[in-house]
Design a protein around this ligand. Structure first.
Ligand code: GUN
Ligand code: ZN
Length: 432
């Protein structure tokens, strides 16, 4: 057992509650020690208290001056869109037509899919993201390629095949069988090692009623899978859904009527939801994936954190690459902060770090497994360097509070701030 224990000395930050609603939500150990055994967290606390508990011969790795937090969790992004990131368009629907669908077409080729998945995973780990909820394409081979790449690295990843059988090009259309092949992929990948499956209807306009009905049946047959889709991102999209489903109270209500709202259902964007929608999100245990870099890039709108928090909706942050413009959750926090300001609300940095770690784990029903340093949790963690750039070093040389330090990291940091990334106790990225 001695060989399986590792220890890391650094400042430690993690959460046990949501700082928006609880005074003592985080744990901060300025001179801390993180103890890992067999790929899981054994202890996290003050170095002075824990150093003497280490087995003889175990010397902590010295990361003093750095901050160790749980690995970031990105709850919404598209690996096939990696190569089309930063493609300009006047809005969501023309962006899908012009760039997205032609790009996704290439994922019928397993070699292209595998190579893109490898680059994508490298990029996530460089940015300190250890878990992501990922859209593949309609091609089942795009899902196999992604999970094969993730499994080979023993990462905790969630992914699924896009379901889409109307209002899309023929070359991306499920011709029956879309739900059936999703079932086959669940049987093959869900809970195999650290892989988890997300049932993935792209969004209401691209599925027939028959496909949405069959999708909900699949979700009922596999209640511990995830569901992911898009909702209320763009005004033209909302208008279109209103025309396609005139009987529904709202865009979100289309999903509820088909039985697609439940715990572990992640809804991307949620910009134009009303109070009743947010109340339904909370009541059903569904969660929002808030994607600020994407929403600003496409001009979709500003997420209303105050309205969402008023209903106690489960929240998390997503990059939404390739409509999102960065793989970095630090840069995603930066833009989330500004979106909140423009909506007249305020997101403290501690809240943003919560949303990117424990908040996401709670939204996913994975508290105790990822997102914190609770004993027994998987040892997915990152080492953040407050001196990683000249400007960050100059700014963080005089922080008067933890909030100031985290705020500087979120506003000024990116992949350069991630000195190392660990997954299940194994180093999977180290900055040169
Ligand atoms: N709505 C439907 N598909 C997509 C997509 O690929 N990206 C974004 N941002 N919104 C969508
Ligand atoms: Zn998306």
């Amino acid at each position: 057992a001695l060989n399986n224990v590792q220890a890391y000395r650094a400042s430690l930050l993690h959460f046990h509650a949501d700082p928006a609603f609880h005074g003592e939500a985080h744990a901060w150990h300025e001179d801390g020690l993180l103890v890992v055994e067999d790929g899981r967290i054994k202890a996290a606390g003050d170095h002075a208290a824990l150093a003497s508990t280490l087995p003889a011969g175990v010397t902590p790795l010295d990361y003093r001056g750095q901050v160790i937090t749980p690995g970031f969790i990105d709850t919404h992004l598209h690996y096939p869109q990696t190569d089309m990131i930063a493609s300009p368009a006047p809005g969501l629907l023309p962006w899908l037509e012009t760039y997205t669908f032609p790009t996704e077409r290439r994922f019928d080729d397993p070699a292209h899919a595998r190579a893109t998945a490898e680059f994508f995973l490298d990029e996530l780990l460089r940015c300190g993201t250890t878990t992501a909820i990922v859209y593949c394409t309609v091609h089942p081979q795009s899902v196999d390629a992604f999970f094969e790449a993730s499994e080979a690295r023993n990462l905790r990843m969630v992914a699924g095949k896009v379901l889409m059988d109307r209002h899309c090009p023929d070359f991306l259309r499920d011709v029956q069988g879309g739900v059936g092949s999703s079932a086959d992929l669940i049987a093959k990948w869900h809970k195999r090692g650290r892989q988890l499956y997300a049932i993935t209807p792209r969004f209401a306009p691209t599925s027939t009623d028959a496909q949405l009905r069959a999708t909900a049946e699949l979700a009922q047959a596999w209640p511990d899978t995830f569901i992911q889709t898009h909702v209320s991102e763009n005004k033209d999209e909302c208008k279109w859904v209103g025309e396609l489903h005139p009987q529904a109270r709202s865009y979100l209500d289309v999903y509820e009527r088909f039985g697609l709202m439940r715990p572990r259902a992640l809804f991307g964007h949620c910009i134009w939801l009303d109070d009743e929608d947010f109340a339904r999100m909370a009541a059903t245990g569904s969660a929002a994936a808030v994607c600020p870099t994407s929403n600003l890039f496409l001009g979709s709108g500003l997420f209303d954190f105050e309205k969402a928090d008023g209903a106690r909706t489960l929240l998390s942050l997503g990059t939404d690459v390739g409509a999102g413009t960065s793989f970095s959750m630090l840069q995603t926090m930066n833009e989330a902060y500004k979106v909140a300001r423009l909506k007249g609300s305020y997101l403290p940095a501690v809240r943003m770090f919560y949303l990117a770690t424990l908040g996401a784990a709670r939204a996913m029903g994975l508290e105790g497994t990822i997102g914190s340093f609770a004993p027994g949790a998987e040892a997915d963690f990152i080492v953040l360097d407050p001196k990683s750039t000249p400007l960050l070093a100059r700014r963080t040389a005089h922080c008067d509070s933890l909030e100031e330090l985290l705020f500087a990291l979120a506003l000024l940091g990116d992949d350069r701030a991630v000195k190392a990334t660990y997954s299940a106790g194994r180093q999977v990225h180290a900055r040169a």
